[in-house]
Design a protein around this ligand. Structure first.
Ligand code: PAF
Length: 283
């Protein structure tokens, strides 16, 4: 397969999508910030099963980074990303500049409530405003029939669902399972920051979360199970644990034993912040 066509302006993207619509084709979108890995490719494969055409956006969105965060060092590798897209057959890579997405005078923010409360927002208070704003723009620019998001960023997936519901955006949101390495480490563009020792420690994250989820499903108290997971992360070598919490899968409200649940966590290894989540197996 060949590299996808690139569109770096909203006008070029809309022109291509107009052609597809004229031919009656269904369009799927996979929003990304580039630095693609197997996790992204799995989203694109799912998108391709659901639509005749697939747009992948590659845009490191500055509005979702706080000033103290890694916007400048976030990996940017467009040529490699386009080569990877060729292996899965994406049709268009939408690669806007910051100026195209946020022209001078841009002054709108989309703040999604509900599932954005707590968890990531306690530590990254402006993150979901940035995500909500850019995802709403991408959907209005590309007008996809469906869009695929990874469960790895579980709270983000819930926030995007809420955004579409609340704003009547006619985009079906498809959640896709987290892709992990053979040790269970969730694929993430930020794994590239980890040295070999940190990588070994990072692999404990999902092991510890699965243990907590099993304990919860077996009737363990919530505070006991999440505190224990937090202690285990510190003992494994994570220098700081931002949170380990159990939430309801659909709403992200505090979890109750009779509801489908998820255990979500964020923790730091050196300067790298990792997040992951696992399902609480049915009791
Ligand atoms: O998950 C990501 O890569 C980003 O948050 C997204 C959804 C592409 C918005 O910038």
């Amino acid at each position: 397969m060949s590299r996808p066509e690139t569109a770096d302006s909203v006008a070029a993207l809309r022109a291509r999508i107009r052609d597809w619509r004229r031919d009656g084709l269904r369009v799927a979108m996979v929003p990304t910030m580039g630095a693609l890995h197997e996790g992204h490719l799995s989203l694109i494969r799912i998108a391709r099963e659901r639509a005749e055409r697939c747009v992948v956006s590659i845009f490191v969105n500055p509005t979702q980074f706080a000033p103290s965060e890694d916007l400048d060092k976030y990996p940017r590798q467009l040529a490699r990303d386009l080569d990877m897209l060729a292996t899965v057959g994406a049709d268009v890579a939408f690669t806007p500049t910051v100026g195209e997405m946020y022209p001078a005078g841009f002054a709108t923010k989309i703040s999604v409530g509900g599932p954005s409360a707590g968890l990531e927002s306690d530590f990254r208070p402006t993150f979901f405003e940035g995500v909500g704003t850019v995802v709403a723009k991408l959907f209005l620019q590309a007008t996809p029939d469906c869009a695929v998001f990874g469960e790895k960023d579980y709270q983000q997936l819930c926030v995007v669902r809420q955004l579409c519901r609340d704003l009547d955006l006619p985009v079906e949101i498809v959640g896709a399972p987290t892709i992990r390495d053979t040790h269970g480490l969730a694929m993430s563009s930020r794994n590239a920051y980890l040295d070999e020792t940190e990588l070994q420690t990072a692999r404990q994250l999902n092991v510890i979360l699965r243990k907590a989820a099993t304990a919860l499903a077996g009737g363990a108290g919530q505070k006991h199970a999440t505190d224990e997971a937090s202690r285990s992360l510190s003992a494994a070598g994570f220098q700081k644990v931002d949170y380990v919490e159990a939430r309801e899968s659909l709403t992200l409200a505090p979890w109750r034993h009779d509801r489908a649940g998820r255990v979500l966590a964020a923790a730091w290894l050196g300067k790298t912040r990792l997040i992951d989540n696992v399902e609480v197996p049915a009791a």
